[in-house]
Ligand binder design. Sequence first.
Ligand code: BYE
Ligand code: ZN
Length: 420
Amino acid sequence: MATRIIYFTVNGRPEKAEFLPDCPAQDVKDLFRVAAEAGPHDILKLYNTNGSIINISPHLEPNNPHACYKLEVVAADCNRKPLGEELTVALGFDLSSMEKSTLEVTDEVRQYLKTPTFDNWQWEDTEIMVLLQVMYTDLDFISTFNIEVEVLQQFLYEVYRRYNNIPFHNFKHCFCVTQMMYGLIWLTDLRTKMESIDLLIMLTSAVCHDLDHTGYNNAYQINARTELALRYNDISPLENHHCAVAFEILEKKESNIFRNLTTEQYKRIREGMIKCILATDMTRHNEILNKFKSILSSFDFGNKDHKDVLMMIMIKVSDISNEARPMDVAEPWLDCLLQEFFNQSDMEKLEGLPVTPFMDRDKVTKPSSQTGFIRFVLFPLFIELANLFPCLEQHIIDPVRKALDYYTEMEKALDKEKQT
Ligand code: BYE
Ligand code: ZN
């Protein structure tokens, strides 16, 4: 009897299970459990390419690496304590006045979030949703745009659900980027310089900017001719998708935080969010940075084109700003990113696709990739934003300089190790 091979991903990592079709059902379940590194009480869910749940059994329909199933682990331990202060410290919260207001609303809002519709929720994620809600409140969006709290919560919950459980581009990344955006808005005193609706666009774009990221970048989408690449004709397939999912959520009455706005306002928000989210495609990095540089010397907050470019720069900065956080926060994020990159290159090797060089686990080291990234991407970008807002220097440039020293030292140490 021929062995069956089932290809699937766990958190974006390619895996396969091989078994004989007449083996005991428990053996097959165990194979999947081991691959998922799941505990004995965790629940496993297997999805086919249509997103339907399928039974883990010896009768599983064989597939190929190009049409992987997706395995999900639902942690049985949902009673972990709320992170509260821990979370505050872990995410480098020193940017704003948020802590105080967080404490004020946490308990109250947590009651809303504890309703039965929130299946499989975890404390950590709940805390984060609360904090996002606080940001909307803190920037006065609730009152200015007549946003109902229940609708905002539903919106954030839908957003939460549509981030995947992958190493880097997950709901926590969404939170980090949004929090950085929130911090930048306060630090630069943008509330006195731009209209409230622009700030709403920026914050909501940050929240939505990586929705339904699967852990494989545009190059992969295009080379593997995925559904997304097909749908968007190879033009920023991921970013187009993130944005489309955002408006899918906003099309639903219960989760449309803009439902009390005028048609004109909605139009403006939609246009702005599309611009911001599409600007997060890193292949457009130089194009956008050069545009910003060319207007910097005559920057005018009354000029719509200038404001548009600034908004794109702000989301770009927020998106790749991990290294501006305390070292003990930034480094684990780098590990997660490399994990996601390595998963992709493993998949590329498996499928015989071109392997993206900076994702190849045989070629990349942490310090070498990061020193280059800081020198050639982060510094040039952050310096221009700090040109417009000199007060940002200490918050985003100084920590990145420290990170560069740290990774330069690490690189030297690695080189020495190699020589001996
Ligand atoms: C980028 C594009 C897509 C996804 F390998 C993530 F050296 C990123 F190129 N981000 N976001 C933050 C980063 C960082 N890329 C890198 N360092 C970051 O801190 C460099 C990469 C590890 C590599 Cl740019
Ligand atoms: Zn992102």
